[in-house]
Each structure stands twice: as structure tokens, then as C-alpha cells.
Design a protein. Structure first.
Length: 304
């Protein structure tokens, strides 16, 4: 028989203290998981941990412990694939760092919270069934960052082999550069038009969100919804640079819903700009801008 640690039983006039034979110092993560540290991965030593992680992955094969666990610290990885039969859990404080040209492919269930887990210039590619939505916080987007646009762009581009991608924008972000949606079926969803807020403060004329293909082909079936866009500075300051809240260039079946674009002033700043003959659905948006809505010609075609 086993009792919980520190259990006391009263038997008549006798008090018996029972100490369980379970080691109370055993980390909770040992139950049902494979810890990469047990296979030689050492955090923060500056050395490549790929071989050690591969050993941990091999140990998961055919084992009930098919959750790969990374404890806190920075782990350096070369190109690697997490199989679809292995779940991956990255604790708060864990960083997987990939150098330029390296690719981490995540094909199994992936779990991390609203904190950074990826660093370096390498790429992360999620496969089918890995995640239901992707968080830009995994690449460092946060209220503490002066420009979360690069992290949001990396989230958008993290599932190139999937037909579409869901990006969850939850919380407060500051941006200074453009968030570029350049693929089909990107769904950008916040927590509400007054719950998720993105403050935009560019140093030169820019769009905050731009939906366009680099090759000027039609962009299809994208969505942006449930968030607020706020221009930095005072509305009365006419010297603020021109900015565009949402710019749509030659898109088809694109939805803009439940969006607030406020304090969008300075040098004829534009709230929503649509270029070309697109099929765009707009519902429940509020815009306080110099030019709330601008419908313009397609810059890629001379005859429209």
C-alpha cells in the first residue's frame, strides 16, 4: 500500500506517520515524457544539441513516453524533424535556436504558451496536425518589443506546406514595420476589436498590414478580424508620417471584420486601402483617419 507523502493515520490511541516510498524530489515532467537533458542535451553551453535531441527522439519510438520535453535554457539545433508520432512541449524559459539556413520541422502535436521559444535566423515549419493556431509570441512578439512585426511575419510564414494558417494575435503589440500577408488563406484573429491592440509608429510611410503577392498575382481567401489598430502620437500632430492601416492589393474573397482603426492621422493617413477589383467583405469596422477608406487602381495593371 502507498500513501501520499506526509499522510498520518490515527488508529485508536496510536498515531502512525507514513512516508511514501515515492521520491518526492522526482520532477513531475518524468511521468510520460522523454526529457532531452537525459540524452545529453545541455542548455546554455553554446554547443549544438541536435545529436542529443535525435537520441531522445529515437528513445520515443515505440515508447509510451512520446512527449519530448525541453527544460529551461537555450538549445542550439541544426536542421531537425519532430515526427508526427511525438508530441513536443517547450516550457517557459526554453529557447530553440536555429542558425541561418537551418529548418526545424514540427510534424507532431506542439505545445507552448504566450512566451518566446524560438530564436535565431533559421526557420520553423509546422506540419498538418501540429497546431490549431500559431502564436507570434513564440518568435518574441510582446508588449515589451518595440517592433513585433518581424515575429508576426515569421508566424505567418511558418507553415509553407499547409493550405492555410491561423495566426492568433492575443494581447498588446507595438509595430514599426509592415506585417506582410503574402500567401493564400491566412487568418489573422485577435481577441476582440478592443481586446487585442496593435500600436503602429513607423518612421517612414508604411502600411501596418499589407495583403499582396510579390509576383502581383491574386491573393485569395484571407481574413483579418477582432482587433484594434492604434496610431502612435497625437491626432493633432500633422507631422506624423503617412500610414495605412490595412492595404489590400489584388485580393479575392478577403474578409475584414470587427476592426477598430483609431488615431490614424498624419499626412493623409489611410485606414483601409483597396487596390484593384477585389471581392472584399467588410463588416463592423470603425475608422478615425484622415482618409478612412481609399479605393484605388491596381498598381500591377495599367488597364484597371
Amino acid at each position: 500500500m502507498k500513501f501520499m507523502y506526509g499522510t498520518m493515520l490515527t488508529l485508536g490511541a496510536t498515531i502512525v506517520a507514513v512516508i511514501s516510498d515515492v521520491d518526492s524530489t522526482q520532477p513531475q515532467t518524468s511521468a510520460g515524457v522523454t526529457n532531452v537533458a537525459s540524452y545529453g542535451a545541455i542548455a546554455n553551453d553554446g554547443k549544438d544539441d541536435t545529436v542529443a535531441v535525435q537520441r531522445a527522439l529515437a528513445a520515443c519510438a515505440g515508447s509510451p513516453r512520446r512527449t519530448l520535453y525541453f527544460p529551461g535554457g537555450r538549445f542550439h539545433l541544426s536542421s531537425l524533424t519532430f515526427r508526427k508520432d511525438v508530441s513536443v512541449h517547450l516550457a517557459n524559459g526554453t529557447r530553440l535556436e536555429l542558425e541561418q539556413g537551418e529548418v526545424l520541422r514540427v510534424n507532431g502535436p506542439f505545445r507552448a504558451g504566450l512566451y518566446q521559444v524560438f530564436s535565431g535566423t533559421g526557420d520553423v515549419h509546422f506540419g498538418a496536425g501540429a497546431v490549431s493556431e500559431i502564436l507570434p509570441q513564440w518568435w518574441g512578439a510582446s508588449a515589451a518589443s518595440s517592433d513585433s512585426s518581424p515575429a508576426i511575419n515569421r508566424a505567418i510564414n511558418s507553415a509553407p506546406d499547409l493550405p492555410g494558417v491561423n495566426i492568433r494575435l492575443s494581447g498588446l503589440f507595438h509595430c514599426r514595420s509592415t506585417i506582410h500577408v503574402n500567401r493564400h488563406r491566412v487568418k489573422l484573429v485577435g481577441d476582440g476589436m478592443y481586446a487585442t491592440r496593435i500600436t503602429f509608429n513607423p518612421t517612414s510611410p508604411k502600411a501596418l498590414f499589407e495583403f499582396s503577392h510579390a509576383d502581383k498575382s491574386v491573393l485569395a481567401q484571407c481574413t483579418i478580424r477582432d482587433m484594434g489598430l492604434l496610431g502612435a502620437g497625437n491626432y493633432e500632430d500633422r507631422d506624423r508620417v503617412q500610414k495605412v492601416g490595412i492595404k489590400i492589393v489584388d485580393a479575392d474573397i478577403l474578409e475584414v471584420r470587427n476592426i477598430a482603426i483609431h488615431n490614424w492621422g498624419g499626412n493623409q493617413s489611410i485606414g483601409l486601402q483597396v487596390q484593384g477589383r477585389e471581392l472584399v467583405f467588410v463588416e463592423n469596422i470603425t475608422i478615425l483617419a484622415d482618409l478612412p477608406i481609399l479605393i484605388d487602381k491596381n498598381p500591377g495593371l495599367d488597364w484597371i
